[in-house]
Design a protein around this ligand. Structure first.
Ligand code: HEC
Ligand code: HEC
Length: 288
């Protein structure tokens, strides 16, 4: 008799624990889902890509220097990125589903067509500063590609990824929009260099070019005012070969330069150097 009663209470206890566990899981799921499925106001986009070869050729250039061809692979068919643990998408396949404006919203606003944020590994928070005409060219290039390779769906979030989102160790890309500020404006003479720096360097150095905040794990990109201490020839060498002043190989920057920035044109590197040194001198008060 007594034994039966004990088992009854053990049963109630276990049932209670099960109910608690299920409720905790439900709270965990809904809290993380609220971050993942949060809707953002979709901005109007007027982008309509030109349908000509010259635009597509320019777009191919920008897809290289802005790193689309790095993360989405040289053929833009996407693939698994081991450093991130997720896959980039097949842009040649996406072209059948995405309007020009969908592409614009994904790249410059970090929003999927239904209004949720892309993952933080797609650096739209920095691409928000890609110039209208450069964005036109990029979409013209995407439209010129033949659909090929496997379609890749957008990433889903497993248990650990959801824990990281809830703990604030990981974010959706829209989170970073509130951290990204425009870089110092030095007028029209420096406009192109400033805008290229925000769009191409802002992913790691922040669009204000002030360097990554402490919440980004090392190696930490510095404030780009240090370019003021670079000779022009040394800066060109860093962009073209990845070797920093003093012939140093850098843990991350060197590879980024070789994959992306070595493809900048001479005038683009010149514009970057002019702007970054002018900004650096202004900030450090130097008068070189
Ligand atoms: C640092 C790596 C990286 C770079 C650089 C990058 N992407 Fe992505 N991109 C990703 C990853 C990873 C995804 C998949 C994540 C997601 O969709 O949430 C993605 C997703 C996308 C999507 C799909 C968004 C959606 O609605 O699912 C488009 C479109 C896209 N990228 C275009 C571009 C273009 C164009 C460029 C260059 C201007 C570019 N990407 C540069 C990593 C990158
Ligand atoms: C993918 C991330 C990434 C991008 C994009 C990036 N950088 Fe860097 N950069 C770094 C990191 C990280 C460092 C610190 C050194 C290291 O660990 O590689 C760095 C260091 C530097 C340095 C210091 C070199 C020295 O003398 O020590 C300069 C200058 C620099 N970056 C310029 C640029 C410019 C200009 C751009 C844009 C055209 C750019 N970076 C884009 C990640 C990046």
């Amino acid at each position: 008799m007594v034994r039966n009663r004990v088992w009854k209470w053990v049963g109630f206890g276990l049932g209670g624990i099960a109910v608690l566990a299920v409720s905790a899981l439900a709270v965990f799921y809904f809290a993380s889902q609220a971050i993942i499925a949060r809707h953002y106001e979709s901005p109007a986009s007027n982008l309509r890509a030109a349908n000509d070869l010259a635009a597509a050729a320019r777009g191919r250039h920008f897809a290289t220097v802005f790193g689309c061809a790095d993360c989405h692979r040289h053929n833009l068919q996407g693939g698994f990125i081991p450093d991130f643990g997720i896959s980039s998408r097949n842009l040649t396949r996406l072209a059948a589903k995405f309007s020009d404006r969908d592409f614009d919203r994904a790249v410059r606003y970090g929003l999927r067509p239904e209004g949720t944020s892309v993952s933080e590994y797609m650096p739209s928070d920095s691409f928000q500063y890609v110039a209208d005409s450069d964005m036109d060219d990029i979409v013209a290039y995407l439209r010129s590609l033949k659909p090929a390779g496997e379609d890749i769906a957008f990433p889903t979030y497993g248990f650990q990824a959801r824990i990281a989102l809830l703990k604030g160790d990981a974010h959706m890309d829209r989170f970073w929009f509130s951290w990204q500020k425009p870089a110092m404006d030095l007028g029209p003479r420096y406009a192109r260099g400033r805008q290229l720096a925000m769009a191409a360097c802002g992913e790691c150095h922040m669009t204000a070019l002030t360097g990554a905040p402490a919440l980004v794990p090392p190696p930490r990109p510095p404030d780009l005012s240090l370019v003021a201490s670079y000779q022009r020839a040394d800066f060109i060498r860093l962009m073209r070969t990845g070797k920093a002043a003093g012939n140093r190989e850098l843990p991350l920057m060197s590879a980024a330069a070789r994959a992306r920035f070595s493809h900048f044109t001479d005038p683009e590197i010149g514009a970057l150097y002019d702007y970054l040194t002018a900004r650096g001198r202004k900030l450090t008060g130097a008068s070189r």
